[in-house]
Design a protein around this ligand. Structure first.
Ligand code: ASP
Length: 460
């Protein structure tokens, strides 16, 4: 097989040959499902022979089933060279120093045309080559700590990150940016919020929903906004910085313990839950939306608490959950369970005996709500009261993922369940709030006139 047909075999290879097509052909493909235009991408040796892969002008890749192809015509040829130019980052003495710690994810990715998959590829020179504006904002140095998609982040990485942040702060950095996959960014944001306390500088997590080879990529702008915030924001907390609206007008800074990924593909996927965000960021301005944040300081004091108990689980309750779910956790030596319960914090009666067995065995059980917004209230219904009698502790308005991370962090420090409870129920960094403001809960419903009116103004 020659490179002309890279990765194609069997039926797919026959089809390419039959219609005189090749890899990197700009192709018009007539199929039983309509006409498609795009560039034929190489495939991996391990892929099937039933499809060819086409990159559309929108940047999306689609697979076309060979059986549906009626005709194909090459109207051009465009061999891709996706190597990002590497340039040395220019520094200037009056710019703030920002450290970018890379963990992987789409923000550090480009498309691998051999497999069609997005792969992590992070290098400092590439970053400057791709986003030269960064040099106007700060003196950027980078360190690749990991190169993983964020589903692979876990305690080992949280702890390494927390320690790396501590070192950078001691060395005198003005702000930290953490490049991270978006999928579990809110877990890591929570872990760092608990592990890195009293930071004198902003610690900003950033990712991107669309990789940099796609026209609608948010990678460059997110980097610009996050480095701007790390350089200049007066807010010295762990935050997430990502697209605010669906357009690219501004980014929002979300507090690390009140933020959640809420959409699988929108660039504006991160939302502050049960509160309002900390600030808006544009290329030239940071506008705080509230005043109750930790201020930037010049000293280099920071407290790193790198603890994590691995045997903690989160159970998302569903009707008809069987008690053996909890039994299994007890039998496997789990020390803590966070339940995301229904409504005000409920589970069904058949779980009661297992819950009782767990708390008697010394397993710490905390209740959160799967509604995400609002507090757990276990005094309102009999179910709640019954469960509290069995030792389940209501976790106020800790978000379920945040409660999971906090419980693992607390149990990593002490086995004394009374102390764990004190840690869990004492707000550390906005993880538990006194109340949720009326504008902390905004879920618009499209279709109704007032919302359509509003959307017209902002949805471009
Ligand atoms: N799956 C990727 C990750 O979380 C998605 C992203 O980076 O946005 O690592």
């Amino acid at each position: 097989m020659t490179d002309m047909f890279k990765g194609y075999k069997g039926k797919a290879l026959d089809a390419l040959k039959r219609f005189k097509m090749r890899v990197w052909s700009e192709a018009a493909i007539d199929t039983t499902r309509g006409e498609f235009k795009g560039i034929i991408l190489p495939r991996s040796e391990n892929d099937d022979d039933q499809h060819l892969v086409l990159k559309l002008a929108t940047g999306y890749n689609i697979g076309i089933a060979i059986d549906t192809i009626i005709d194909m015509k090459e109207y051009g040829y465009k061999e891709a060279n996706y190597k990002i130019p590497e340039k040395e980052f220019p520094t200037s003495p009056n710019k703030p120093g920002v450290k970018l710690l890379g963990t992987g994810g789409t923000i550090a990715s480009r498309l691998d045309y051999r497999t069609g998959a997005v792969i992590p590829a992070f290098s400092p020179g590439e970053l400057y080559g791709a986003v030269p504006e960064l040099a106007d904002i700060c003196n950027l140095t980078t360190e690749k700590l990991f190169a993983v998609f964020s589903e692979n982040m876990g305690p080992e990485q949280y702890i390494a990150l927390a320690k790396a942040i501590g070192k950078e702060i001691e060395k005198g950095i003005d702000g930290i940016v953490i490049g991270h996959g978006t999928d579990t960014m809110h877990h890591t944001a929570a872990a760092l919020s608990f592990m890195v306390q009293n930071s004198p500088v902003p610690i900003i997590m950033v990712g991107s929903q669309r990789s940099s080879d796609r026209p609608s990529s948010d990678a460059a702008l997110n980097l610009i906004h996050s480095t701007t915030a790390a350089s200049r924001a007066d807010i010295a907390e762990v935050m997430v910085c990502m697209f605010g609206p669906t357009s690219d007008e501004y980014a929002l800074l979300h507090r690390g313990t009140r933020v959640r990924k809420m959409h699988s593909s929108y660039r504006s996927t991160f939302r502050t839950i049960g509160d309002i965000p900390l600030a808006m960021v544009t290329r030239d301005k940071i506008t705080p939306l509230r005043q109750d944040y930790n201020r930037r300081r010049n000293d280099r004091k920071v407290n790193i608490h790198p603890h994590f108990e691995e045997r903690v689980a989160m159970l998302y309750y569903y009707p008809n959950m069987h008690p053996d779910m909890i039994d299994a956790l007890i039998d496997h030596g789990y020390k803590g369970i966070v339940i995301a319960g229904t409504g005000l914090g409920h589970v069904n009666k058949p779980l009661y005996p297992a819950i009782e067995r767990a708390t008697r065995a010394g397993v710490a059980i905390y209740m959160t709500v799967q509604t995400l917004w609002g507090f757990v209230h276990m005094f309102v219904y009999e179910t709640g009261r019954d469960m509290m009698k069995k030792g389940v502790i209501p976790a106020e308005n800790l978000l379920p993922e945040v409660a999971y991370i906090k419980l693992a962090w607390a149990l990593g420090q002490t086995k004394d369940l009374q102390k764990v409870k004190e840690i869990m129920l004492t707000p550390i960094c906005g993880d538990i709030t006194e109340g949720e403001p009326y504008n902390g809960y905004l879920i618009f419903q499209g279709g109704i006139p007032e919302v359509e009116e509003f959307i017209k103004k902002y949805h471009k």
